[in-house]
Design a protein around this ligand. Structure first.
Ligand code: PMP
Length: 447
């Protein structure tokens, strides 16, 4: 059978670091054949709702012919022009201008990467250039948040604070530090204000311990994604942003997941009422059709780097920066978002949150959280004590497999958390099916 031979070839030749090396061979890869809207079809012809939009990226949904056409047209016309030097193509220039127009505040300068990890790595380099230009090269220490995820490249993995990303790599580097996550559900502090105050105090104490003139930047996800969809208290992001401004530390918002309609607006920073000094995006930028990421810089960051560099080149760039085909796709995806998908995502998101909230009465549901089309259900065996699921049920793969059997793809985190990030194009019926299938999985897990 085709599937069997593909599974065998995959086992022999294709490396999936997160699963291949830990004995998932027994199960084998699940091969997808095609997709349309929010539905994917596996190699055997079985249809499933993709409640996770690939890897929180296919925000626009699958199968948009206009996106395919935009890519094909660009490939025919001009498939490549380097963005490394002063050469360029129309699509990335137009895309940069369109994004600058829509971004919060004066985040007017855009550097295109290939994805999220290298966007984050690029910010580290830009920030170092910035502080050199300011005559403060000793500002070379970076702070991020526990449970955070900022990529798989070595520098990004050092800012990341999830088990498994550090061992054996010598990261985090000595210049990478963390403060505790807000993680409201498992936070011993009682009120949201207490959590905000504690985070601000911890950040200030951390900066004081490192040295006030040594910290370069602080990184935040507006909602922590890979840590388990951890929504901060309302006002937390702004309080951290204000604290950074007070201490003259650059504030970086990593919107790789939250960007492009995932939480409602185009950028989550807008609803937090803040303008970060730098912002990273990827995933929904091209909706997964082709790879691309983008670093946004405020005027003062860009101008400082430019002045500091003088006649010297700022040594940073990738062969595929500002790729014309990716840019053409992103321009079309942006048109789709604004042509109704953002609006649909807002409505579908409200329905998703209400549906998941209705699961709270289930004996296994400890917490339901999220915003827009980004949500999580945290499972426990004892609601009072918030006891995590027993190890026999908990492993991410088991919950994932059970959902798959019900025709639903969700992310299942090792702690016993279901993560949801469906495409913004979901219909009401699809949202309801996501909720109902989750309830079935919970019932089966209870047995
Ligand atoms: N930052 C955040 C917040 C992310 O969620 C991710 C990916 N999940 C990354 C960075 C890295 O992006 P990529 O996988 O495209 O390199």
């Amino acid at each position: 059978m085709l599937t069997n031979s593909l599974v065998e070839l995959d086992r022999q030749h294709l490396v999936h670091p997160v699963s291949s090396f830990r004995g998932h061979e027994a199960r084998g890869v699940r091969v997808l054949r095609s997709a349309s809207g929010a539905t994917v079809t596996d190699a055997e012809g079985r249809e499933l709702i993709d409640g996770f939009a690939g890897l929180w990226c296919v925000n626009a949904g699958y199968g948009h012919e206009s996106v395919v056409e935009a890519a094909a047209e660009q490939m025919r016309k001009l498939p490549y022009a380097t963005g490394y030097f002063d050469l360029g193509a129309e699509a990335p220039i137009r895309l940069a201008a369109e994004l600058a127009e829509r971004s919060p505040g004066d985040l007017n300068h855009i550097y295109f990467s290939l994805g999220g990890s290298d966007a984050v790595d690029s910010t580290i380099r830009f920030i170092r250039y910035y502080w050199h230009a300011k005559g403060q090269p000793q500002r070379d220490q970076f702070i991020s948040v526990e449970q955070g995820y900022h990529g798989s490249t070595t520098m990004g993995a050092g800012l990341t604070a999830l088990p498994g990303f550090h061992e054996g790599f010598g990261v985090p580097y000595q210049w990478q530090h963390k403060i505790s996550s807000h993680y409201i559900y498992r936070n011993p502090l009682k009120t949201e204000q207490e959590i905000i105050d504690a985070s601000v105090a911890e950040l200030k104490a951390k900066v004081a311990a490192i040295g006030e003139d040594k910290v370069a930047a602080f990184y935040v996800e507006p909602i922590q994604g890979s840590g388990g969809v951890l929504v901060p208290p309302k006002g937390w992001v702004k309080a951290m942003r204000d604290a950074c401004a007070e201490m003259d530390i650059l504030f970086v918002a990593d919107e790789v997941i939250t960007g492009f309609g995932r939480t409602g607006p185009l950028f989550a920073c807008a609803e937090e009422g803040i303008v970060p000094d730098l912002m990273t995006t990827a995933k929904g930028l091209t909706s997964g059709y082709v790879p691309m990421g983008a670093v946004f810089m405020r005027d003062h960051v860009y101008e400082t780097i430019a002045e500091g560099a003088g006649a010297k080149a700022v040594g940073h760039g990738f062969t595929y920066s500002a790729h014309p085909v990716s840019a053409a796709v992103a321009l079309e995806v942006l048109r789709l978002y604004e042509g109704g998908l953002l609006e649909n995502g807002r409505k579908a998101g409200a329905r998703l949150m209400a549906g998941l909230e209705s699961l709270r009465d289930h004996p296994l549901v400890g917490d339901v959280r999220g915003r827009g089309m980004l949500a999580a259900v945290e499972l426990v065996t004892d609601k009072e004590k918030k006891t995590p699921l027993p190890a026999a049920v908990q492993p991410a793969t088991r919950l994932f497999d059970r959902a798959w059997e019900q025709g639903l793809i969700v992310r299942s985190f090792a702690q016993g958390i279901f993560g949801y990030a469906p495409p913004l194009c979901c219909t009401e019926a699809e949202i309801d099916a996501i909720v109902e299938r989750t309830r079935t999985v919970l019932d089966l897990t209870l047995e």
